[in-house]
Design a protein around this ligand. Structure first.
Ligand code: ADP
Ligand code: MG
Length: 705
């Protein structure tokens, strides 16, 4: 990028220090920031309607002069209801416009002003004429007051008579002011924009020029379809999405290239331990499990470090694959570590794995931060063959003798950045990452773009789909009935609450109260409570007892969200289901349906919003993780869905991972092939700067270490 583009926005005509402050609130500090700040939508103001030609229920633009402006009280018996209204004339007819709850407009609109109104026309309540309700507006010739913009840009051609961009703005900065700033920024900087993308790629895919694209996403030419603009799929949007995804993928490609070039361990396992384990399993691996494990073994045998992602929906049996891989490492005299996102899950893995390999003579240790603070022998996993724990495993002060394999469970909480941290610590073991987040392959490639990828697309046999019911508070008694039924059959139930304790801030039901009242209602049952604030030893005790069937109902918070595996539990009740996200609901539901008997999930809902209703409906409709993930993406947007915010990945500003899958594929292919021939982008200095800029503060990928 040219220096001009990096100069402060303050020096653009019409900005100054005060507006610069406002702009920085929406992330615009430099001219370049402004160019990259895309409209959130567009309005077609290209054709101004004559007032007499307006029809009801249409979205229209009109312009005219204000002949009256007033606050009115339409209903004398409700004196508090006040409406601001203006009347305008365009020389052909007159039109009334009304705004509710915006009395301050009285200070803004003055008779004599020329205004543009954009909004839906509706019949007035008598049905005698048309009016506009809460229209968007612009005042074309403000004459007095601090709002004056008369010495700024000409307004014609920017704000009306065309498709105009609408930006997300901030208080104190009107659409019109912001639009003027954008226009100026673009006009003065156009000549500084130079295109970093290699010419061959531009030619191959027939991409429009960068400058042309930036101009058109802000102030589109008349020929560009407004529908495409609003969807973000215009040719020009696509070009900018490509650039963003391409720079993104360049980073991932560079990481991967670096990883591959590093020396890892070439394991040569003899299957001695693995076979013993397989012998004592009560089931046979599914063919999908077998395939995934073979892929892992191949990686482990090769001298390049393994970086593989195993994706399998909840209940597909990832844990056993992880254990087999760890045994492969142990067979070769290395240590293996399994890292889980929560203490509870780490504890559970510890119990399970302990049980499975009990007689193999292995030393297995548990390492979590609360254990560490309790001072037990946690800091040096010295003699352990297998260490199971939380993030504590990779923290300061923990050192392994000979760590050969690290397995990261439920990776959606553990991103590229954390893995890079691992390597920074000088640990360069094979890495296996397991996730239940069932995302489409191409999308997985974005978040986990530097990884190889295996999928377990088959559930163990004899699983019948979980039956899910949505209940409201008044139907609560059905839950007790269902609970009794299941418990009579010898099964167990989970009841999950959004919070541990009641608090003044919310009126959410809590796990502590829930457990108490459940115990009261059913004195003959054993009800236990588990949550994140308990002492790990107590928690472990409860989990163990639940697993052994000694507890009928386990009341908990979302600490049991991921990974917990008790096949005899067949009922999951989620209290305040409307408060949970789809991914979370899917994970929670995945705690049941893990054995061969029919399982149930009850979503108890206390009032719902549009979004939460949508989520709950999806849950009732399907148990297919892929569909749920897709719906989730639609409802929530990709950033939150992928947990990219947590994992610290760069934000995508233009591209949308659902919408732009095709562009992503191309960008990925081209980025990887470019890095193949020029790993540090030394032959493409401009591109290198662009990629470094994009990944700034995240990873120093192009630095030779
Ligand atoms: P997840 O993929 O969600 O981590 P788990 O590894 O916890 O799933 O496995 C879910 C349950 O399925 C466990 O009780 C496990 O013992 C069982 N299981 C795993 N593989 C098979 C198989 N091939 N056949 C039958 N049961 C299996
Ligand atoms: Mg699991």
């Amino acid at each position: 990028m040219d220096k001009d583009l990096l100069s402060s926005i303050q020096y653009i005509k019409g900005v100054g220090p005060n507006r610069a402050k406002l702009l920085s609130r929406i992330g615009i500090k430099t001219v370049k920031d402004a160019l990259c700040y895309l409209p959130c939508r567009y309005e077609d103001r290209s054709s101004v309607k004559k007032i007499p030609l307006l029809k009801a229920e249409e979205l229209n633009t009109v312009t005219g002069r204000i002949i009256k402006s007033d606050i009115i009280t339409p209903n004398p018996s409700r004196p508090k209801l006040k409406i601001f209204e203006i009347v305008i004339t365009d020389g052909n007819g007159i039109l009334k416009a009304k705004w509710f709850n915006q009395l301050y407009l009285k200070k803004i609109f003055k008779t004599g002003q020329e205004v543009v109104l954009y909004g839906t026309t509706k019949y007035n309540y008598r049905g005698t004429g048309l009016e506009m309700l809460n229209p968007e507006y612009e005042i074309l010739n403000e004459e007095n007051g601090q709002n004056s913009e008369s010495n700024e840009q000409k307004t014609e051609g920017i704000h009306t008579g065309r498709v105009v961009p609408i930006y997300r703005s901030t208080e104190g900065l009107s659409q019109k002011q912001l639009r003027n700033i954008m226009h100026t920024a673009m006009t003065v900087s156009a000549s500084s924009i130079s295109d970093p993308i290699p010419h061959e790629i531009i030619k191959k895919y027939n991409l429009p020029g960068l400058k042309e694209s930036i101009q058109n996403v802000h102030f589109p030419e008349a020929s560009v379809s407004i529908a495409e603009l609003n969807k973000g799929t215009s040719l020009y949007h696509q070009r900018l999405s490509f650039d963003e995804l391409f720079t993104f993928q360049l980073g991932l490609a560079a990481i991967k290239k670096k990883e591959i070039s590093e020396r890892g361990i070439a394991f040569s396992p003899d299957s001695r331990l693995i076979n013993k384990l397989l012998d004592r399993l009560p089931f046979k691996l599914t063919s999908a499990q077998q395939r995934a494990f073979n892929e892992i073994l191949d990686d482990m045998k090769s001298p390049a470090p393994m970086n593989r992602l195993i994706q399998g929906d909840v209940g597909s049996g990832k844990t056993i694959i992880a254990l087999m891989s760890m045994l492969a490492a142990v067979e070769c005299g290395y240590q293996a570590a399994l890292m889980a996102p929560t203490e509870i899950l780490a504890e559970q893995h510890f119990i399970n794995i302990h049980r499975l390999v009990e007689n193999l003579g292995l030393n297995i240790q548990l390492l979590t931060s609360s254990r560490k603070t309790r001072g037990t022998n946690a800091v040096a996993p010295g003699d352990a063959d297998i260490v199971i724990g939380t993030h504590a495993i990779i923290q300061e002060g923990v050192s392994f003798k000979k760590l050969g394999l690290i397995v990261i469970d439920e990776q959606h909480r553990f991103g590229v950045m954390q893995r890079a941290m691992l390597r920074k610590k000088g640990i360069n073991p094979d890495t296996l990452i397991m996730t239940a987040t069932p995302i489409p392959r191409t999308l997985a490639l974005t978040l986990y773009g530097d990884l190889d990828y295996s999928i377990i697309d088959e559930l163990p046999p004899n699983r019948s789909p979980i039956i899910t019911r949505l209940l409201y508070e008044s139907q609560k008694s059905q839950i007790y009935k269902l609970m009794q039924d299941e418990i009579k059959k010898g099964r167990q139930a989970y009841v999950v609450y959004p919070v541990i304790e009641e608090s003044e801030k919310t009126d959410l039901k809590s796990a502590i109260n829930g457990a108490e009242s459940l115990q009261k209602i059913s004195p003959n049952l054993k009800v236990e409570l588990i949550h994140g604030r308990m002492k790990p030893a107590d928690r472990e005790e409860v989990m163990k007892e639940f697993k052994n069937g000694g507890i009928h109902i386990l009341v908990s918070t979302t600490v049991i969200e991921v990974g917990v595996d008790v096949p005899n539990a067949t009922l999951m009740v989620i209290i305040h289901a409307e408060r949970f996200g789809l991914a979370q609901l899917h994970q929670l539901r995945g705690r049941v349906g893990r054995g061969s008997s029919q399982s149930f999930c009850v979503l108890l809902c206390y009032g719902s919003t549009n979004d939460s209703k949508k989520r709950l409906d999806v849950m009732v409709e399907t148990t297919d993780g892929f569909r749920i993930a897709e719906e989730d993406l639609n409802i929530r947007g990709s950033g939150e869905f992928f947990g990219t915010k947590q994992s610290g990945m760069p934000d995508l500003k233009v591209a949308n991972l659902m919408r732009d899958v095709k562009i992503l594929e191309i960008a990925r292919k081209e980025a990887f092939s470019l890095i193949e021939g020029d790993p540090l982008l030394n032959m493409h200095p401009q591109l290198k700067t662009a990629a470094e800029d994009f990944w700034r503060g995240k990873l120093e990928i192009f630095k030779t270490a």
